[in-house]
Design a binder for this molecule. Sequence first.
Ligand SMILES: [Zn+2]
Length: 342
Amino acid sequence: MGTKHTVEFSYLDESSYAKKLALCKTYIHIQFIEFDRFDMLHTRRRFLQGTSASIIATGLPNTGYSRTIMGDMTVHSVSDGSLTLPGEFTFGPMPQDELEPILKKYNQSSETLTPPCNVTLLQNGDRNVLFDVGSGPNFSPNSGVLIESLDALGLTPNDITDIVFTHAHPDHLWGLLDDFDDPLFPEASYMIGKAEWDYWMDPNTVSTIGERLTSFAVGAERRLASIADQISFIEDGQEVMPGVAAHASFGHTPGHMSYEIHAGSESVMVIGDSIVNHHVAFERPKWPSGSDQDRDLAAQTRVRLLDKLALEKTKIIGYHLDVNGIGYVERNGDAYKFISEV
Ligand SMILES: [Zn+2]
């Protein structure tokens, strides 16, 4: 395990886009904004500690405290901070001349993306269920604040009973282990799509995934292996626990799952990264996105999901959608629009 650890972090140190970004003035500027946001989170946490839960319920922009009550269940969007990504990572394969006016419309830079990371927390009776666990401290400078956010809701890692993964990319999985590589959620049981598990645990993946994502493969295998005895596998359509159904949404990763949390006629769809931003993914869902591993399949999944979500007016929580990721999909001619609830 020691050897793998070294490989993973030395690769990250050498990661060309992280290095380029660190030298880029825009990036440094964004860092300051993000650190301000991080300070806000802590200030807010201190504030919230002295307040009643009903104030948390109002939902506060950027820090992602917001909740939906459905029957006996409460669904929160809980912030793990945000990522800083080079625009090319997502926009690279898109038609650049058509892309420009869309980015302009959304005030989105083509150089850098700073998407939020919105972890879903479901509270049902004595169960506290997390959908993904954030990035932990070793992936991106402004992410990895999930534990602080849970603390603001009065929860510690020991209170988490179940963890359900949408997929095994770093910003969703790497928060699994603490700084000493021990599991951070000692009481939790884990679930993941069977196809997702098989892909990342396949010894060939590290050599076939491509240089750009090698660290993703090494990091996923090491973390998933650490919970191999506590994890169970999910298939499409399965009711993974009372009130939660899995829906295959393959393409972003080979076994990506979305989850529908339902009570009576109400439901919330946890869409993970199947619809990965609030601008281009809605405006041009058929375009290939650089952040998807199977771009054709991901586009088909996106179109199918957007159509269904708009038709059924389902509330969604998108891991990287604007503010706290909670909102609705609206059809807009041939395109779609994200209507944020904030
Ligand atoms: Zn993600």
